[in-house]
Design a protein. Structure first.
Length: 715
């Protein structure tokens, strides 16, 4: 542990966080104060004392008997047969375990190659940089926020272990383990009024400690965290680029009292954490059903109003996304928020469920590993997260809309009857997917109808991009979006086109995926199924925000659900035609896409199946090609077409996304006519041919943007 001065600050980098300030349009406004030393290196370890910590009155840390009142989360001990497939097993225990927010699973398999051996021998030159965590409670007002910063020191696995063990032995005059209950009280005493000011924590370290040796039982199993997000039942298998910490695991190497602050997973995903070795770790978990109550208590009892960027619970959610908030669970217990505890030991998994807040700390040197995953039952939670990200103007990390469509396409093409060989939990997950898909398709249909009725749509183009990020609310748009004359300001259909003040004029072109009618047919089919229709009728509409458009319950003003939409263009209207000569212009639009090493953007069942089961070798090959682009844990979602040319333009308009050069299609004057959107027969629309393997079937030459999103996980 290291001590440092609390009255000196320098401009060191804060932790880049996926759901935190890195995803805000401007993180400079967050007001987080760095509490570091006057040098750019780690604080000196020679100071064993430190300044006395001031007591934070809002947190009563004198009485720690509350630690004995916390109930334990469920603990499961699956047999080897039950352990065969992790997602199948989690679906089995979901009805019970999800009520607690977290659960512990004790593995029946043991790794035969220790994590230290993997990291020192199988991973050549493995080193990591720690982050320094202030070990104190904060007032959480505008003058007293907390962040973590890079120590500037690199360690090998063995060097960090020696340092951490030395700190433990110096404090307790012993190298052995101590009772978990004792160390829990010690942690809250230390953080409230102890002399230790900082600890070092190696979190968000790229890599895995699961052995690749074929004889290692755990490493060869599906519980190897390198495999979890790509399993057949995982929705994240459809994301074809790797996202460190989400689709690819990260390591968390801790020491005595290193902590992970209160947080919820990005996009409310599941997470699974495996403890490889070392001392135990205490976890606190909140059920997802109590998330809003948790945020309400934090807003009213922890944060001061002057640090909240939004009203209500969204303001607390916004600050919690920074993943630096730590406070005793007692305050939650006092206000009726359920809290459950787990003590994780080597060889044990901790699973957190969607929207479950959690926090915890280490009892000494240890090494853990974590990754995210999602199943069908996640989509309602993901929809809520997307709404909140849009409300707070935060960039998404996942192409949520694209995932819904691809899962729906697969379900629609499945020949397996819904009621055969399927568990109730899996059936519920399928219905969640179908319900989300129907809500999305119905909203986009009425939004397009309203757009056409307004007469403000000046052009129609087949959308062959990946997922575009709305320039206004940061919503991800996969099926449809509106763009301007210069292609620089993509806008989702949730905004009032009449009020758009585009600097390049009034041209508003609708980009629409060319299989939209097939998707609408699937939605219409799903809507009639038992269970799905009930969920649609009683469920909350989560795909319209921030639109003011209401979904008609019946035919209103000529509107009919799933009807063919006719686009009328006047003589003076210009329609962009794919395949025409193009001119260059600057664009600062953002694009995220799961399409990485195959430039075909089809949502057909064959395509989705093929991409979902693509070989790891092709992914590996592509990963090598873009390795330099995702260094420093910055995740890039790629949507590429032929002759892509990336041109950064950081000075165009202060946009938070990179600028990109786009060769824009020229416009073509049209005669008076009505265009009927019918995309089922692509032979009649040669301009809608797909791009495949970098080869265009037209002369279309477009470059779309790549959004950079910091993905730092705190587990």
């Amino acid at each position: 542990m290291r001590s440092c001065s609390v009255n000196e600050t320098v401009g060191l980098s804060t932790m880049a966080r996926s759901g935190g300030d890195a995803l805000r349009p401007s993180s400079a406004s967050s007001g987080i104060r760095l509490r570091v030393t006057s040098s750019a290196t780690a604080p000196s370890s020679t100071a064993r004392g430190g300044l006395k910590k001031e007591k934070v009155e809002k947190f009563d840390t004198d009485d720690l008997k509350w630690t004995e009142r916390l109930p334990e989360c469920p603990v499961y001990r699956p047999t080897k047969d039950e352990f065969e497939d992790p997602l199948t097993y989690l679906q089995k225990i979901f009805p019970e375990a999800s009520k607690y927010g977290i659960c512990k699973i004790i593995s029946p398999l043991t790794a035969t190659v220790p994590a230290g051996a993997v990291l020192m021998k199988e991973k050549s030159n493995f080193e990591f940089t720690t982050r320094v965590q202030p070990l104190r409670l904060a007032e959480w007002d505008s003058d007293d926020k907390v962040t973590f910063f890079m120590s500037g020191r690199n360690y090998t696995f063995r060097e960090y272990e020696k340092m951490a063990n030395k700190v433990f032995a110096r404090r307790y005059c012993s190298g052995g383990s101590l009772p978990d209950s004792f160390l829990e009280k010690e942690f809250w005493k230390e953080i409230a009024c102890g002399k230790t000011e900082t600890v070092e924590y190696a979190c968000d370290v790229d890599g895995s400690a699961f052995s690749s040796a074929p004889g290692d039982p755990l490493g060869s199993s599906k519980w190897n965290l390198n495999k979890v997000s790509r399993l057949p039942k995982s929705t994240l298998r459809l994301i074809e680029t790797s996202i460190p910490g989400i689709t690819e695991p990260m390591l968390y190497i801790g020491m005595l009292f290193s902590m992970f602050a209160w947080h919820v997973e990005d996009h409310y995903l599941y997470s699974i954490n495996y403890q490889h070795c070392g001392a135990s770790k205490t976890w606190y978990g909140i059920p997802g059903s109590a998330a809003l109550k948790f945020e309400k208590v934090v807003r009213e009892e922890v944060y001061s109003d002057d640090i909240l960027s939004a009203d209500g619970e969204d303001g607390a959610f916004d600050v919690l996304l920074g993943k630096t908030t730590i406070f005793p669970p007692k305050i939650l217990l006092d206000h009726g928020v359920p809290v459950y505890k787990a003590v994780q030991n080597p060889g044990e998994f901790i699973v957190t469920f969607p929207r479950a807040y959690h926090a915890g700390f280490s009892h000494g040197f240890n090494c853990g590993e974590a990754v995210n995953f999602a199943m069908g039952d996640w989509f309602p939670f993901g929809a809520i997260a997307s709404c909140r990200y849009a409300h707070l103007n935060r960039l998404p990390l996942l192409p949520h809309e694209e995932l819904i469509c691809k899962e729906a396409v697969l379900l629609n093409s499945s020949s397996k009857p819904e009621n055969l060989d399927i568990t109730p939990t899996e059936l519920s997950g399928q219905r969640s997917i179908k319900t989300a898909f129907v809500h999305l398709i119905r909203f986009l249909h009425v939004a397009r109808w309203s757009l056409v009725k307004s007469g403000l749509c000046t052009g129609l183009v087949s959308n062959t991009y990946g997922t575009i990020v709305c320039s206004l609310c940061k919503r991800d748009c996969y099926l449809a979006f509106i763009n301007c004359y210069c292609y620089s300001h993509p806008v989702c259909l949730r905004h009032d086109v009449k009020k758009l003040d585009l600097p390049c004029g009034t041209t508003r072109t609708l980009f629409l995926r060319d299989n939209i009618e097939d998707l609408e047919t699937a939605a219409k089919k799903f809507e009639k199924e038992d269970g799905v229709s009930d969920m649609i009728a009683t469920g909350e509409e989560l795909y319209t925000y921030p639109s003011s458009i209401t979904l008609p319950a019946a035919e209103v003003d000529g509107y009919s659900p799933y009807s063919t939409i006719y686009f009328d263009f006047n003589t003076d209207v210009e329609m962009l035609q794919p395949g025409n000569p193009v001119m260059s212009c600057e664009a600062n639009a953002s694009c995220i896409s799961s399409v990485a090493d195959d430039y075909e953007c089809s949502t057909s069942a064959d395509y989705v199946n093929r991409r979902a089961n693509c070989s790891s070798s092709s992914e590996s090959k592509h990963s090598e090609e873009v390795a330099s682009s995702i260094s420093n844990k910055k995740t890039r979602f790629f949507s590429a077409v032929q002759d892509a040319q990336l041109v950064a333009d950081q000075e165009s308009d202060g946009s938070d996304s990179e600028g990109f050069r786009v060769k824009r299609r020229s416009s073509l004057k049209l005669e008076n006519r009505t265009v009927v959107l019918d995309t089922r027969d692509s032979d009649h629309h040669p301009e809608h041919k797909r791009l495949k393997n970098g080869t265009s079937t037209t002369k279309e030459d477009v470059v779309v943007a790549v959004v950079l999103a910091d993905k730092e996980k705190n587990c």
